[in-house]
Ligand binder design. Structure first.
Ligand SMILES: Cc1cc2nc3c(=O)[nH]c(=O)nc-3n(C[C@H](O)[C@H](O)[C@H](O)COP(=O)(O)OP(=O)(O)OC[C@H]3O[C@@H](n4cnc5c(N)ncnc54)[C@H](O)[C@@H]3O)c2cc1C
Length: 401
């Protein structure tokens, strides 16, 4: 008789695991609380399904905080392996100008999801929808809620793929920590990452410039730096330029209840070069000069004006330094419900190198429900796919309990 293996959750990591687990060796069932698989996977595809990033492996792994827990899995199934895997399964990809990897134009996220569903069906995994895990006893009994009925499922092995706490509307509610705490498994509360950050902009400035985009700027928080773009909003600031600073911002918020971020609006120019380029005489006034000679946008110029006294704005030395180092104070992170991902969940101290819980035999945890951070850019999905492929291989090789 094959040992029973259940996968709980039906998101990115479960999709890969259920596609790759050897069902000749295990009798596999997948339980998902929604009526369909991969709801967050589809939401992720709304702005273009960014499957992974094309940068070299040695740089790639550094994007994770921390990264040690993922090294072996990523080495086993890297971004290039993932791209080949998709190609092999009929999903051609392309590398965008940002070096991010997407399904080839014309391939919709739903088609990628259908590819997974087909593979899971062909792999003869039994899929149960509307089954929400509500408890487990640590000895192979799992209680699911299915249409107001409680149902006990017995299994030799379980892989939890319950996701993080962002966008709970997709089913990834992060409401399961108590089940693990009961078994003395260390957990961390969920916090938003890759999210909007709250800034108290001067009201007149933000009324006028809400929605303005700052492109090609370098953002810094402590030691962390990132080149990208951000959007200014009534709430504060968001966008791919600030998301990678999330771990540093969270650290400062925790220590000081405030985080200091600096924006370099002209990263390709030194302050001296900026000073040289500002030539008020050649323009109508200083603002016109900043716009013409430095290509600063009206929103960027208004940002300076709102920050400086009139005298300081007219002081070219002070102004050029500010263009290189514009300070903003982050008061808090935006709501978890609107964040792209979360940190928190099952502590990395609770698992071993093959993602098994140290104090519960044959219980595994993968995906965003583990407490790690990664920026947007395809790093989140890649980590889920790497962990799932690596665990499938580990279990396929083990094939007995
Ligand atoms: C708006 C948005 C855009 C994103 N864009 C990208 C992107 O472009 N690239 C990228 O790399 N990442 C992106 N992400 C992040 C990425 O989607 C997630 O990191 C990834 O889906 C996590 O996969 P997972 O398998 O860990 O969990 P999920 O995909 O969250 O899946 C968890 C599943 O478990 C189910 N579940 C939860 N609790 C229970 C329970 N008790 N019983 C049964 N089932 C349960 C849920 O219904 C869900 O289906 C985006 C996220 C969001 C919100």
């Amino acid at each position: 008789m094959r040992p029973k293996l259940i996968i709980v959750g039906g998101g990115a990591s479960a999709l890969m695991l259920a596609s790759e687990i050897d069902t000749k060796k295990y009798e596999v069932s997948l339980f998902e609380s929604n009526k369909t698989l991969g709801r967050k996977f589809l939401v992720a595809g709304d702005g273009g399904l960014n499957l992974t990033h094309s940068e070299i492996a040695s740089e790639f792994i550094k994007r994770y905080t921390p990264s040690d827990f993922l090294k072996e899995a990523f080495q086993f199934f890297s971004n290039h392996d993932l791209i080949n895997w998709f190609h092999h399964n009929g999903i051609e990809t392309f590398v965008g100008s940002s070096k991010r990897v997407f399904p080839k134009k014309g391939i919709k996220p739903i088609e990628v999801l259908k590819m997974f569903s087909k593979k899971i069906e062909n792999n003869k995994v039994n899929v149960f929808f509307e089954h929400e895990l509500i408890d487990f006893n640590g000895q192979g009994e799992f209680i699911f809620k299915n249409q107001e009925q409680e149902k006990v499922v017995k299994s030799d092995i379980v892989v939890f793929c319950l996701g993080g706490g962002a966008w709970p509307i997709t089913g990834s509610k992060g409401n399961y920590l108590h089940m693990f705490q009961k078994h003395n498994i260390q957990t961390e509360f969920f916090q938003a990452s890759n999210c909007a950050y709250h800034v108290n902009w001067p009201s007149q400035f933000i009324q006028k410039h809400h929605g303005a985009m700052l492109k090609n700027c370098q953002l810094r928080c402590g030691e962390a730096m990132h080149l990208g773009e951000v959007v200014l909003t009534h709430f504060g600031i968001e966008g791919s330029g600030i998301y990678p600073l999330s771990p540093a911002i969270r650290k400062q918020l925790k220590e000081f209840s405030l985080a200091q971020v600096f924006i370099d609006l002209k990263p390709q120019l030194s302050a001296d070069e900026i000073k040289k380029r500002i030539n008020v005489k050649a323009s109508k006034n200083l603002s016109a000069s900043l716009n013409k000679q430095l290509k600063l946008t009206p929103a960027q110029i208004a940002m300076m004006k709102a920050h400086l006294t009139k005298d300081d704005f007219l002081n070219i030395d002070k102004l050029s330094l500010l263009i290189k180092n514009f300070p903003i104070q982050i008061i808090s992170a935006g709501p978890i419900d609107e964040a792209i991902s979360t940190v928190g969940g099952i502590s990395l101290n609770a698992i071993d190198e093959s993602y098994a819980l140290k104090n519960l035999k044959n219980h595994y945890v993968i995906g965003e429900m583990l407490d790690y951070d990664a920026p947007t850019g395809g790093y989140l999905l890649q980590s889920c796919f790497s962990m799932a492929k690596f665990l499938a291989q580990t279990l396929n090789l083990k094939a007995h309990i």
